[in-house]
Design a protein around this ligand. Structure first.
Ligand SMILES: Nc1ncnc2c1ncn2[C@@H]1O[C@H](COP(=O)(O)OP(=O)(O)O)[C@@H](O)[C@H]1O
Ligand SMILES: O=c1ccn([C@@H]2O[C@H](COP(=O)(O)OP(=O)(O)O)[C@@H](O)[C@H]2O)c(=O)[nH]1
Ligand SMILES: [Mg+2]
Length: 216
């Protein structure tokens, strides 16, 4: 059952999924989008790390799965996302690093049910991803060579097919400098928000809109 009714009636909620390989710059671009376009940034990975740090019911299980580069059960992450959305009071959300597989997508659809108006896909070659992660220096215990390989495999096998599910996908070249990537991201968001304003409604990612940018 959709929880879209959990939001104030008549309030239009805009959701953008931000997807890309580990180290592609999802968090970096989301910070810039927040500053420029007033979205609330919901990083699925950060929400899970908070659960580990506050030693919650599922903390130990989440920690082990993340250390192995595996995916946490969908119901846990969807519940965390919904709670964060409701608590924010905002009506524009960047969902960073989610959905990561088909099961995630279905769980989101059945529990939250607000279709993303855009899926921003940050494309970047694997060698560059690995280089960035190994220099990230945020003390993450999944940023090591062994776990990185497993995370790449999950991204390739499970996450990329979810990206392809959506018609309304904006793809950017994430190998450029962070500012150059943001120039491209800015153009996509400006187009999205302009279209929304002129339509006065949602431009759903599954309707037959032309893609905002080149498709894979
Ligand atoms: N376009 C870029 N060029 C070079 N380094 C980048 C770029 N975008 C992000 N980084 C750096 O790469 C690392 C991974 O970025 P991050 O935003 O954490 O990626 P993700 O959230 O996709 O894993 C960070 O150390 C970040 O500062
Ligand atoms: O929806 C999600 C998002 C993240 N993760 C877990 O959290 C880790 C780190 O995710 P994050 O998005 O922080 O990594 P990034 O892509 O930014 O390097 C992943 O490898 C998964 O183990 C998950 O299970 N489900
Ligand atoms: Mg991140």
């Amino acid at each position: 059952m959709s929880q879209a009714g959990a939001f104030p009636p008549g309030k239009k909620i805009t959701v953008v999924f931000v997807i890309g390989g580990p180290g592609s710059g999802k968090g970096t671009q989301c910070s810039k989008i927040v500053r420029h376009f007033g979205f609330t940034h919901l990083s699925a990975g950060d929400l899970l790390r908070q659960q580990v740090q506050s030693d919650t019911e599922h903390g130990a299980m989440i920690k082990n799965l993340m250390h192995e580069g595996k995916l946490v059960p969908s119901d846990i992450i969807v519940r965390l996302l919904l709670t964060a959305m409701l608590q924010s009071g905002n009506d524009r959300f960047l969902v960073d690093g989610f959905p990561r597989n088909e099961e995630n997508r279905r769980a989101y659809e059945s529990v939250i049910g607000i279709e993303p108006e855009l899926v921003l896909f940050i494309d970047c070659p694997r060698e560059e991803l690995e280089r960035r992660i190994l220099h990230r220096d945020q003390g993450r215990d999944d940023d090591n060579v062994d776990t990185i390989r497993k995370r790449f495999q999950v991204f390739h096998d499970s996450t990329l097919p979810v990206v392809l599910y959506y018609d309304r996908m904006g793809k950017v070249d994430g190998a450029k400098s962070a500012d150059a990537v943001f120039d491209d991201v800015k153009a996509i968001f400006t187009q999205l928000l302009t279209t929304q304003a002129s339509q006065g409604g949602n431009a759903s990612s599954r309707r037959s809109n032309p893609p905002l940018c080149s498709v894979l």
